[in-house]
Design a protein around this ligand. Structure first.
Ligand code: ZN
Length: 282
């Protein structure tokens, strides 16, 4: 069994404040940003060990938050079955692409550390890719980053087996991916703050649920996210200027003041037209 774990950071065990995770913002204290990174590393190590104990043969761990670069290789669990990717864009077979290694031999796709989509009420740091996307829809269905990434994995028919994050992110995942196992490790108090079990307890819950996800995959309970092709991907931006700029890209239609849409023939092209992330990247 081969798994691909795509780690975002907002939903990681023990991360409870914006300052721990949006470390590029003005006024962030370096020691608080470092605390966030250490929580990410501890959560990855714990979940990866659990997956291997559950019998996973090969595991790709990908650090995607803010372009990656949040993990430190010498702090990561060392095991020949694990491959670490320090960013979500990289090389496969000499060609630059999104999520290298996510391909036919992968049996299951996991989205730990995630957050709810833009506009979600009662969520910790909800957004979709960038703060100027108010709503992204695939064939009319609003999705967040988990939906976008799962759609990309759907190109190879890879089932989505696990999500971890706050209550809102877990609700979103459970509503979209039948059979998924979720680990809810926090509840938002407001957009920028949340509360939850202490980091060690949250990590234990996450590791236990990751094992359940492996079992669910083995039992055939998980499904790929596979919107009907060809897809229409629509983005409502937060301003007319952003929509105007997006409409300059090839194949993109402006549908109203703040909204653009683009057809996509393949699930792996879900956001390639707008952010360039996909296969055969330049
Ligand atoms: Zn993130």
């Amino acid at each position: 069994m081969k798994l691909f774990m795509l780690w975002d950071m907002e939903g990681v065990s023990g991360i409870v404040s914006r300052e721990q995770v949006w470390f590029w913002e003005e006024g962030v204290r370096p020691e608080v940003a470092e605390e966030g990174r250490q929580l990410l590393i501890a959560d990855i190590n714990s979940a990866a060990a659990a997956a291997l104990d559950a019998g996973v043969d090969e595991l790709i761990v990908c650090d995607t938050h803010h372009g990656g670069g949040n993990i430190t290789l010498d702090q990561m669990l060392k095991d020949p079955r694990i491959t670490y990717l320090e960013g979500a864009r990289g090389l496969q077979g000499g060609q630059r692409r999104w999520m290298p290694g996510l391909d036919h031999p992968v049996d299951g796709f996991l989205v730990p550390g995630h957050h709810a989509m833009a506009g979600t009420a009662g969520a910790f740091l909800p957004h979709t890719w960038m703060l100027d996307w108010a709503d992204l829809r695939i064939n009319g269905q609003s999705v967040g980053e988990m939906g976008i990434e799962a759609c990309f994995a759907g190109h190879w028919g890879i089932p989505v087996i696990f999500a971890q994050g706050d209550e809102a992110a877990c609700r979103e995942a459970a509503g979209m991916f039948p059979g998924i196992v979720t680990a809810c490790v926090k509840r938002s108090l407001n957009r920028d703050t949340c509360e939850g079990p202490d980091p060690a307890a949250a990590r234990r819950l996450t590791a236990d649920r990751a094992v359940e996800a492996v079992e669910a995959l083995r039992a055939g309970r998980c499904r790929p996210f596979a919107p009907t092709l060809p897809m229409v991907v629509t983005i409502t931006m937060t301003s007319a200027e952003k929509a105007e700029a997006a409409a300059q890209k090839p194949g993109v239609q402006r549908v109203d003041e703040c909204t653009v849409e683009c057809p996509a023939e393949r699930r792996c092209d879900v956001v390639k037209w707008i952010v360039g992330a996909g296969l055969d990247m330049q």
